[in-house]
Design a protein around this ligand. Structure first.
Ligand code: NDP
Length: 450
């Protein structure tokens, strides 16, 4: 009898298993595919490596402005990047596996099926646990359209045999924007197609507009307010038949139209309550409607971000096995996040639109500029920095950065904002000169919006 059986060795599952084992619990983990889950294998980690890879074109151009003579055009090998990435991911798989083994977690390879509140079947074997944690994550969602068999999803992109010349990226969220930039940076001709009038719905409107301009300036062809009706193909190319009547010819069609909770075939004889989108419903302690069965991470679809799954998994392990150390359950406001499109976006707190809705009168500070790094030559990359302040309390309730290393910049500011920093606190803080980030503590001209 285990104290905890975790299904899914992704971010949330591994963290919960390791922490629980550290408290002396007897823990099993069941995994059918790979250690580290989506993030490590077909998500954050390989994506970031590709994103680095895609930024070298800019660096080569800049190098010349800084006096370097490149005697021949740098040649890019997709095979090298892909295979080096794969080697690194395999190394990380090993790290995750050894971390679990080192913590004393028993690993079961195969698909876990929950047959009762305390039983999991893996292949022929039935294992029993006092608690079961579902951390099976999500899977890509692709709308059903004629010609759907020609569609690639994010999982496919990480192992493409060859880089296509012309690509259509469908969607306007994190993955679509990141991959449109990556493919563009690696030299593909990229069309990004989004059904709404401006991508990155939910982000600050000014940020969205600015990013659209910068992304287009770097070469991504943006097609907004249209969608793909159907796809046909011949041996030369794929044809996208768009809602606006036009036909776009490309070599590959890549859909990034959201991810949905992965619960397929997970239950036999029990049925925990699911929400409308198939997400497991949990209470404030991550308990499903079946006593003893818990769920964290993308499968509960609160916030689909690795660090959120980690926080949930860690808190649950403490709650179950060291309640005196658990503290308050994870909070979901002021979660900093980054989109690794080019330019990067880093953001924490509210957009201007949401801030207005929630806070009434706000002050907005915004600055747009060409960073010093780009001042010597022809590369015209620009940055945007924006602060949203509650006009009554003076608290900074939103901070947005578009530009190099936006995520790195925002992480630190997120601590300040989480701690209730006011605009006066920002003003009191001395800038680090010369940096782009100093802009965030030197903006003085606010605009009152109500
Ligand atoms: P998102 O939810 O971010 O975006 C989905 C996009 O697809 C939206 O633009 C949506 O449009 C569009 N869409 C949805 N359904 C359809 C449809 N039927 N037809 C056409 N378009 C459609 O999902 P992603 O797949 O990009 O990413 C999944 C999650 O993974 C993200 O929410 C994020 O939390 C996480 N992630 C985080 C990353 C990071 O931290 N850097 C990187 C990658 C992923 P509309 O806006 O109109 O609904």
């Amino acid at each position: 009898m285990f104290d905890l059986i975790v299904i899914g060795a992704g971010s949330g599952g591994v963290r919960a298993a390791r922490i629980a084992a550290g408290f002396g619990a007897k823990v099993a983990i069941v995994e059918e595919r790979f250690f580290g889950g989506t993030c490590v294998n077909v998500g954050c980690v390989p994506k970031k490596l590709f994103s680095y890879g895609a930024s070298f074109g800019d660096l080569f151009r800049l190098a010349e402005d800084y006096g370097y003579a490149l005697h021949s055009q740098p040649a890019f090998s997709w095979d090298t990047l892909r295979d080096n990435k794969t080697r690194e991911i395999e190394r990380l798989n090993g790290v995750y596996q050894r971390m679990l083994e080192g913590a004393g977690v028993q690993i079961f390879s195969g698909r876990g099926v929950i047959t009762a509140a305390d039983k999991v079947r893996v292949g022929e074997q039935i294992i029993q646990g006092r608690h079961i944690l579902i951390a099976t994550g999500g899977k890509p969602f692709v709308p059903d359209i004629p010609g759907g068999e020609h569609i690639l999803i994010s999982d496919d992109l990480f192992s493409l045999p060859a880089l296509p010349k012309r690509v259509a990226v469908i969607g306007g969220g994190y993955i679509a924007c990141e991959f449109a930039s990556i493919l563009n940076g690696l030299g593909c001709q990229v069309h990004q197609i989004y059904r709404g009038d401006l991508f990155l719905r939910g982000f600050d409107q000014e940020v969205r507009e600015f990013v659209a301009g910068q992304v287009a300036h770097r070469g991504v062809e943006l097609h907004f307010s249209t969608d793909v009706r159907s796809i046909t193909a011949n041996d030369r190319a794929k044809q996208l038949h768009l809602e606006d009547g036009s036909v776009l010819e490309v070599d590959a069609v890549f859909y990034a139209t959201g991810r949905v909770p992965y619960v397929d075939g997970l239950f036999e004889g029990i049925s925990p309550a699911l929400g409308v989108n198939g997400a497991l419903q949990v209470d404030e302690t991550f308990r499903t409607s079946v006593p003893g069965v818990y769920a964290v991470g993308d499968v509960i679809d609160r916030v689909q971000l690795t660090p959120v799954a980690l926080a949930e998994g860690m808190w649950l392990a403490r709650h179950l096995f060291a309640p005196q150390q658990a503290g308050a359950a994870p909070e979901y406001d002021f979660i900093p996040t980054a989109v690794f499109c080019h330019p990067n976006i880093g953001t924490v707190g509210l957009s201007q639109e949401l801030a207005l809705e929630k806070h009434g009168t706000i002050r907005v500070y915004c600055s747009e500029f060409r960073g010093m790094k780009y001042s010597l030559g022809e590369v015209q990359h620009r940055s945007l920095m924006k602060l949203i302040v509650d006009d009554v309390t003076d608290e900074v309730i939103g901070l947005h950065v578009v530009g190099d290393d936006a995520g790195e910049i925002v992480q630190g500011f997120a601590v300040a904002i989480r701690s209730g920093a006011t605009k006066a606190d920002f003003d009191r803080t001395i800038g680090i000169h010369p940096t782009a980030a100093e802009e965030l503590v030197t903006m003085r001209q606010g605009k009152v919006v109500q």
